[in-house]
Design a protein around this ligand. Structure first.
Ligand code: GUN
Length: 271
């Protein structure tokens, strides 16, 4: 899919005089965020998208960050703006996300994009939820008519992926760590999406044979220190009909969707 995007982007200089430009802002030195930002930079290189990464110390003020975003909003040659989350505690994340121009919000986190998704209007769809649906389609999983269970209700993953599954005519249950008898709810799932951020939260007894399991978690295994998901992969893999590994499953598809969103924001301006 990246190869197809690269081919498409290669035609842009002649058609539009330039390639799409994604600006990523990274505040502070969180190793996980640094790794995500590196992954985004590499993907831009592969697809041929111009990438600028703005690195700022954790001591940056909210106003300084807002000023940077205002400059990028006004720059006609910037197509996408992504502020890597989480931000330091003294910065109000909602205020920062609100400040990004909706048309450059490649993450799909701006309230106007979130609202448009729920109103079935054209919008930028958040990369991870979009990537999950893409993976289901690529795996040949029929969504229509299925019972889907989503564990997690965040604005970034749980709620939007539930909405996208609903729009594809799945019947969706949204639950969370305090859902009563969560294991019984999960056993009813034909498609199980887990985005809770706890290592091995989903155990084998919670998954029925043949279930499609999408693991959005990125955690450190407290025993081995290695990256692991929210589901006990080794125990569940033999039961699942499809299961996404961590790392290597949802993450790369999220980045692919970020590239796609950047191209879409660029093209929307060329009309
Ligand atoms: N931090 C973890 N995932 C994401 C993401 O998709 N976008 C941003 N901006 N920050 C993140």
């Amino acid at each position: 899919m990246k190869a197809e995007m690269a081919e498409q982007v290669a035609t842009f200089p002649q058609k539009y005089g330039r390639v799409p430009h994604l600006v990523v802002i990274l505040v502070g030195e969180d190793p996980a965020s640094q790794s995500y930002v590196r992954g985004k930079g590499k993907a831009c290189e592969v697809v041929g998208i111009k990438n600028t990464t703005i690195l700022k110390p954790a001591s940056i003020t909210e106003q300084e960050l807002l000023d940077i975003i205002a400059g990028l909003n006004a720059d006609p040659e910037v197509d996408g703006i992504l502020v890597q989350l989480p931000l330091p505690d003294h910065i109000n994340e909602a205020r920062i996300i609100n400040a990004i121009d909706k048309s450059k919000d490649v993450d799909g986190f701006h309230p106007l994009n979130v609202a448009a998704l729920w109103m079935k209007e054209p919008c930028t769809v958040a990369c991870t939820p979009k990537g999950i649906i893409r993976m289901l389609d690529e795996a040949g999983v029929e969504i229509k008519g299925k019972r889907a269970v989503v564990i997690g209700r965040s604005q970034i993953v749980g709620l939007p992926v539930a909405k996208l599954l609903l729009d594809r005519n799945a019947t969706v249950t949204i639950c969370h760590s305090r859902t009563k008898d969560l294991a019984a709810v999960c056993r009813e799932a034909e498609i199980l999406v887990v985005a809770i951020g706890r290592p091995k939260f989903v155990t084998a007894d919670m998954v029925s044979d043949g279930t499609v399991v999408i693991d959005v978690g990125v955690n450190r295994d407290p025993e081995t220190g290695k990256l692991c998901g929210d589901v006990d992969f080794d125990a569940i893999e033999p039961k699942a009909s499809v299961i996404t590994p961590v790392p290597g499953g949802v993450g790369p598809m999220t980045i692919t969707c970020l590239m796609e969103n950047t191209i879409e924001c660029f093209l929307a301006k060329q009309k």
